[in-house]
Design a protein around this ligand. Structure first.
Ligand code: GUN
Length: 297
């Protein structure tokens, strides 16, 4: 029987488990604060940012939202980030990607103070993570690790294939999988758009993390019987629905679910975990910046 991994349920657990830490901070006069920064008119980004703000409200984190005109100069964005860096009520700063073309994304991510970089995009934090003494873990790979924990997915000694090499998912996921840690120790291969024979790799994998942003490009014939399949794709595809689109993963769910041992659906798999781990990182950031000790779940 294939086990469908319920990201909504695990994310709700993570949010609940943050309750004690948030209460402890508040008792000491600290309300964790997260700023989201949007400089884009991409409808998906607008949706993600408003969901992140709603999540904050639900768990008792103060949300601040800063929106810049899409034709403003890049310097306005960097200035807005500097203002948030200097604001003691803001413990986490998230600059929603992708950004408008006049902005150098790397410069934007480098401008976020490393201790407030809850995305883990700043080179200092990326370096620390790769070196194995992380300040933060990036939200999506961290969320996937939480799913592995919850569903007893053994990474130690497993053959893992990460499909995609983005800074947000592919590269950090592969890095966490090879760490000498309870949720690491996997023999990890990273495949990407120039991989010659993708299926030859995925068919050998005990764990497949699909994060290439191409709708349904991994199907059941490319998987090993019993594999754990994690679908990070959230592709908007035109459809005859109320919204005019539907969300499709990178994995063809119908054929994959008959082969996989465990599989994440889209939606309701990885997406809610990414949002939950952003809250987690914000609570950790608030604790570290204020010196109020909390137990992170
Ligand atoms: N765009 C898509 N995913 C993310 C994310 O996790 N963080 C940010 N900042 N932008 C994104």
């Amino acid at each position: 029987m294939t086990e469908v991994i319920d990201g909504d349920a695990v994310a709700a657990d993570v949010r609940d488990s943050l309750g004690d830490a948030i209460e402890t901070l508040k008792r000491e006069g600290v309300t964790p604060g997260l700023a989201t920064v949007l400089m884009s008119d991409d409808p998906a980004s607008e949706t993600y940012v408003s969901m992140k703000q709603r999540d904050c409200e639900e768990v008792g984190i103060d949300g601040v939202h800063v929106e810049l005109d899409t034709d403003a100069p890049a310097a306005d964005l960097y200035d807005a980030i500097e203002d948030l860096n200097a604001d003691d009520d803001v413990h986490g700063v998230l600059v929603q990607s992708p950004l408008v073309e006049q902005v150098d994304s790397r410069e934007a991510f480098r401008t976020v103070a490393p201790e407030k970089d809850v995305d883990c995009f700043h080179p200092e934090n990326v370096g620390r993570m790769v070196a194995g003494h992380e300040r933060f873990k990036p939200c999506t790979p961290h969320g996937i690790q939480k799913l592995f924990e919850h569903y007893d997915v053994e990474t130690e000694g497993a053959e893992a294939v990460v499909v995609g090499r983005s800074m947000i998912v592919g590269k950090p996921m592969a890095n966490l999988l090879i760490q000498k840690s309870d949720l690491g120790n996997a023999t990890t291969t990273v495949c990407h758009s120039r991989t010659g024979d993708l299926a030859a790799h995925t068919r050998e994998a005990d764990i497949v993390v699909a994060a290439a942003g191409v709708p349904e490009f991994i199907d059941g014939s490319m998987l090993k019987e019993g594999a754990t399949v994690v679908d990070v794709g959230i592709n908007r595809v035109d459809a005859d629905t109320e919204k005019g689109y539907e969300l499709i993963g990178d994995v063809e769910y119908e054929s994959a679910k008959d082969v996989a041992g465990k599989i994440t659906p889209v939606p309701g798999g990885v997406g809610p975990m990414t949002r939950a781990m952003l809250l987690w990182n914000t609570v950790k950031a608030a604790s570290e910046q204020t010196g109020v000790d909390v137990e992170m779940p």
